[in-house]
Design a protein around this ligand. Structure first.
Ligand code: GMT
Length: 376
């Protein structure tokens, strides 16, 4: 198949999932055309089956905001015609689905371009649910030729918010080779020269991720385990609040801010614990990455997280903001190496058996085939 994929290239899990999906599809013999404003960060290699088409935008003084959605629609239509795309798969509904539908409409005298939307989370729960976007998001879903969501939770939220139920759940996936425990890496020696415990948080440091709670949890664990460090991977609006709280709690010297990293797996694979105290998480890709690396996760019982983490078996779940309990859970795991090991082993087993690429990628391919069959 010739497949067009649109993602947000720099931020968030949807871009990671869309990019990794493209790579997996190309490895299975499909031609993939990424259409985006920049080369997606996870797309390190272009080859004869993986192509990138940059959305170009004219800047004009009259435009207070550049009409990206229109430039994207134009590029989608052009690429679809030039590359004879069989379908366009967009990740994150706003504005990608709307642009794709416009593109489909603009070239329909030549051929019909099926549009598949994958919902990732805040496109439904936060941005899409806002009254400034709700009607157009509902329209975009109704007009899509196929819609998938990354968890049962997100499907339910889509039904409740948009009264739209033609949604197939295809969860996030993980490559078992790329994500595995690497106890003895150079990075581990660099970050933990004295064999410190490493607590790791990975996010885009937006308020919904509650990164300040990571400092609260860490400060509690650090009181019991002075030989521990908090590694903060990523960057975003909350980063200064995180630093501020770490100073107040006098743990700033034990926090390492490593910024955005191209290879998140390098950090997760050497962690003793991963912290994910989010307020919203439709799936929780970083929880899956942690489990694949045999790392227990301390997380909140919200959204799709309980579908990913088995409470008391691969991690511990708590209510939003209950840093007291999350701190206690962290201490429980740090003081019991056997518990950490068994949570880790079980986590990897579940991650691979439920969410391994071998299981999930064929579900996308079948979904494409189903959508294409409907057009004939
Ligand atoms: O909202 C974000 O954090 C970004 C968002 C995205 O669409 O890029 O992430 C969502 O998609 C991920 C991949 O499907 C999920 O694993 C995350 O749970 C989800 N984030 C939220 O729902 C907050």
């Amino acid at each position: 198949m010739n497949i067009g994929i649109t993602v947000y290239p720099t931020y968030g899990g949807s871009g990671i999932v869309g990019s990794e999906l493209g790579k997996e599809l190309s490895a299975r013999g499909h031609n993939v055309h990424f259409i985006s404003s920049a080369l997606p960060t996870r797309l390190t290699e272009l080859n004869e089956r993986v192509h990138f088409h940059e959305v170009e935008m004219m800047s004009y003084p009259l435009f207070e905001h550049q009409p990206y959605s229109l430039a994207l629609a134009t590029k989608m239509g052009t690429v679809a015609r030039a590359e004879k795309l069989d379908l366009l798969h967009v990740h994150y509904a706003i504005p990608h689905t709307v642009s794709a539908i416009l593109a489909r409409e603009s070239i329909k005298d030549r051929f019909y371009l099926p549009v598949i939307t994958t919902l990732h989370g805040t496109d439904i729960t936060l941005v899409g649910a806002d009254r400034s976007y709700l009607p157009i998001t509902r329209y975009a879903l109704q007009q899509s030729d196929g819609v998938t969501a990354v968890s049962n939770f997100l499907k339910k939220a889509t039904i409740e918010t948009f009264d739209f139920d033609e949604v197939e759940v295809i969860p996030n996936f993980i490559c078992a080779n790329d994500y595995q425990r690497r106890e003895d890496s150079e990075l581990k020696h660099q970050l933990a020269p004295n064999d410190e415990f490493l607590l790791v948080h990975v996010s885009n440091f937006r308020a919904v991720k509650r990164p300040v709670d990571c400092v609260e949890i860490f400060a509690r664990a650090h009181r019991e385990f002075p030989n521990s460090k908090l590694i903060l991977v990523g960057d975003g609006p909350e980063i200064s609040a995180v630093r501020h709280r770490a100073k107040q709690l006098e743990v700033i010297d034990f926090c390492e801010f490593v910024g955005k990293q191209p290879k998140i797996g390098d950090y997760v694979s050497i962690a003793d614990l991963v912290l994910l105290p989010s307020e919203q998480e439709s799936f929780g890709l970083s929880a899956l990455e942690a489990q694949a690396c045999e790392v227990p996760v301390i997380a909140t019982r919200i959204g799709g997280i309980p579908e990913v983490i088995n409470d008391g078996e691969t991690g511990f779940l708590s209510e939003i903001g209950n840093v007291e309990k999350m701190g206690e859970d962290a201490i429980k795991l740090l003081q019991d190496s056997e518990m950490r090991r068994s949570f880790g082993k079980r986590g990897r087993e579940l991650a691979i058996s439920r969410y391994g690429t071998e299981k999930i990628i064929p579900q996308y391919i079948e979904f494409y085939e189903k959508v294409l069959a409907k057009q004939k």
